[in-house]
Write a protein that binds this ligand. Structure first.
Ligand code: SAH
Length: 336
């Protein structure tokens, strides 16, 4: 068993089973604390690691909204769970197209992993780091970017036993971690995600700005059990190696939108990643990047664009939720 597995097993044998959300939170914290999991040699690949175009497009989206909002003199650009810092580095490079915007920005990273903070510092040396959103300075508008952040926040599960919903837990059978009790249906909610979205939206309602959340998930009604583990780009059992595999669950975007609306922001209609990136000009950007390159390099850029936008790749599974201060203009990328 893994070190975290041994610690949880000891706790369970002394005090009894723990909830699924507690298990997930422990696994995610241990997993990211000591590793950089991204890319071909890691466990999974995210959109900014596929192509620089992803962060660049988000940079142009942000610069455009800032411009149309009357060019506030100072903005906090906040990224939640920045991974290697790749998205932000690409975003800032694109933002330099509008020098006044680049000057207005202060970068704040919300990141708990010491290993990833070090990776982020290499790519974005001028950032300020925080353990949570509450520590980001108040009083100026904020742009918040969160790619594959919410899927790592814990979900709670309930299991139906004899017609009654009960909390699903992780217990021990012998020395083996096991989900319990057994039932005939499972449902998921995520108070942690809804709380986070509400806190985020309350900040935007108070200080101005917008949040752009990209993740994989669905827009209600809730699915069953979506908890999944990934190791070396392949599915694994969620209880197989606590803290050593990437553990995520699908994001319920309807629940996030409801929390954001409840906290006083305007929520744009949920967009699919593919149409969103295409509406913001990813094809033109790919064309521009390809200019003067050899056929192999052009092929790689076209392939990355397809992977990010095609429905059978990431284009439909990944979705874009934006919430904005009520007095701010409508963000780009959501149709006419
Ligand atoms: N956005 C990056 C990384 C996604 S992986 C990308 O797209 O490549 C999830 C990120 O969230 C990691 O950086 C991880 O360390 C961070 N993270 C997970 N749970 C967190 C929490 N509760 N608070 C802050 N950061 C967290």
């Amino acid at each position: 068993m893994t070190p975290l597995g041994r610690r949880l097993a000891a706790e369970i044998s002394e005090h009894g089973p723990i909830s699924v959300d507690r298990y997930m939170a422990e696994c995610v914290a241990a997993y990211y604390a000591g590793r950089d999991p991204f890319g071909r040699d890691g466990d999974f690949t995210t959109a900014p690691e596929i192509s620089q175009m992803f962060g660049e497009i988000i940079g142009l989206w942000t610069a455009d909204l800032w411009d149309r909002a009357g060019r506030p003199q100072r903005v906090n650009l906040v990224e939640l769970g920045p991974g290697r810092g790749t998205l932000m580095a690409d975003l800032l490079r694109a933002a330099r197209a509008l020098p006044a915007f680049a000057e207005a920005i202060r970068v704040h990273f919300v990141e708990t992993s010491p290993t990833l903070r070090a990776a982020q510092a290499e790519r974005v040396p001028g950032a300020t780091w925080h353990d949570d959103l509450g520590a980001v300075p108040r009083g100026v508008p904020l742009f918040v970017v969160a790619n594959e952040f919410f899927d790592a926040l814990p979900v709670r599960q309930e299991v139906r036993v004899d017609g009654e919903w009960r909390e699903r837990q992780v217990g021990l059978v012998g020395d083996t971690l096991t989900f319990m009790p057994a039932g005939d249906a499972i449902r998921e909610t995520s108070p942690a995600r809804a709380d986070y979205a509400a806190t985020l939206a309350a900040r935007i309602a108070a200080d101005g700005g917008a949040a752009l959340v990209v993740d994989y998930g669905y827009e209600g009604p809730a699915e069953g059990d979506s908890l999944q583990a990934l190791a070396a780009h392949a599915a694994a059992a969620p209880l197989a190696a606590p803290g050593e595999h990437d553990l995520t669950a699908h994001v319920d975007f309807a629940a996030l939108a409801e929390a954001a609306r409840g906290a006083g922001t305007r929520v744009s209609p949920l967009a699919l990643q593919g149409p969103f990136l295409l509406a913001l000009g990813i094809a033109a950007r790919a064309e521009r990047l390809s200019h003067g390159l050899d056929p192999e390099a052009r092929h790689a850029i076209a392939g990355a664009m397809r992977r990010l936008t095609l429905p059978q790749a990431m284009g439909s599974l990944f979705k874009v939720l934006v919430f904005t201060h009520k007095d701010w203009p409508e963000p780009a990328g959501f149709g006419a």
